[in-house]
Design a protein around this ligand. Structure first.
Ligand SMILES: [Mg+2]
Length: 303
């Protein structure tokens, strides 16, 4: 992966375009309306679904002005819900992080793809699971699953009945090769809790589970089941929280065309693209919109 911001962003855009066939298909507005920030659309919206990375924070740092802007929306009576593809972190840890960054979110106003995935898995027969995840968090929120973390022993991969890809922070090419070899030898179900290909960190982009899931699909023919943006179930669960609101007055705010905007459009709600942080930082957002055909309702530099 290239190291500078501009080529990082271009690389990520191309990687998402390359897997477009596996993403939902939907329709888009003719043109995006430029506005300054979320305050400009507050009168038109009752509910804000906010992506986290690139909208609230970059890695462990809050985006300048974001805590104040979100607080203003909350004070104005708007429902603000974080809809994030952060799958590897237990919810109490995530809530503590948002509080540390200056945001005030209650547990019912944070919905991660970890919760979406676990909800989907509740009625599946998984057997013994191989887990791509962060061992530091152990089995918190996963106590009901029979799993081993996937490490450096090929026997672990061979012994699993199914695989869950939640977090790629400890993943590497050798482990990916072991997983692909195991799936080629014996195809088994793969469930992905974070469809993101990359995420913005302070020092550049990190590789996320979606990257490895699409790679293994290309290499093995096993098509993973994806949970999290841009796929429908997370949006369905978020919209169930607000019931009865006109979808035109609900907006998905995000920095990534192929997850936040594509998914929001597919869910039938309004969409707003952040361009100065995260996925599109350093590249021409309008060119990316034109090249992908993924057009948001609103475009704004910052939250
Ligand atoms: Mg993001």
């Amino acid at each position: 992966m290239p190291a500078d911001t501009q080529s990082d962003a271009k690389w990520a855009f191309d990687a998402y375009e390359a897997v477009r066939a596996r993403l939902p298909h939907t329709t888009y507005p003719d043109a995006a309306k430029p506005v300054a920030n979320l305050a400009d659309i507050a009168d038109e919206m009752d509910v804000f679904l906010l992506d986290a990375f690139g909208v609230l924070n970059i890695g462990e740092t809050a985006i300048s002005g974001a805590p104040e802007r979100i607080s203003d929306l909350q004070k104005a009576g708007k429902r603000v819900i974080v809809l994030s593809n952060a799958a590897s972190i237990p919810k109490p840890v995530l809530l503590a992080k948002y509080a540390r960054l200056g945001f005030d979110f209650t547990p019912e106003n944070v919905l991660t793809s970890r919760e979406v995935l676990l909800d989907a898995l509740a009625d599946k027969t998984l057997g013994h699971i191989g887990m791509m995840g962060l061992e530091a968090y152990g089995n918190e929120e996963l106590e009901h699953l029979d799993f081993d973390f996937l490490g450096d022993d090929p026997a672990t991969y061979e012994a699993c009945d199914s695989f869950i890809l939640m977090g790629a922070g400890q993943w590497n090419d050798a482990r990916q090769t072991m997983l692909e070899r195991a799936l080629i030898a014996q195809p088994r179900p793969v469930f992905v809790g974070n469809p993101d290909i990359v995420a913005p960190r302070e020092d550049g982009l990190s590789k996320e589970p979606g990257l490895f899931a699409h790679r293994l699909a290309d290499a093995t023919g096993v098509v993973p089941e994806f949970y999290g943006k841009p796929f429908a179930k997370g949006f369905d669960m978020a919209l169930a929280k607000v019931g009865g609101i006109d979808p035109a007055r609900i907006v998905m705010v995000g920095d990534t065309l192929h997850t936040d905007i594509l998914g929001g459009q597919a869910a039938g709600i309004a969409t707003a693209l952040i361009t100065a942080h995260g996925a599109l930082k350093g590249i021409d957002a309008n060119a990316a919109i034109q090249a992908s055909g993924i057009v948001p309702h609103y475009i704004m530099p910052t939250t």
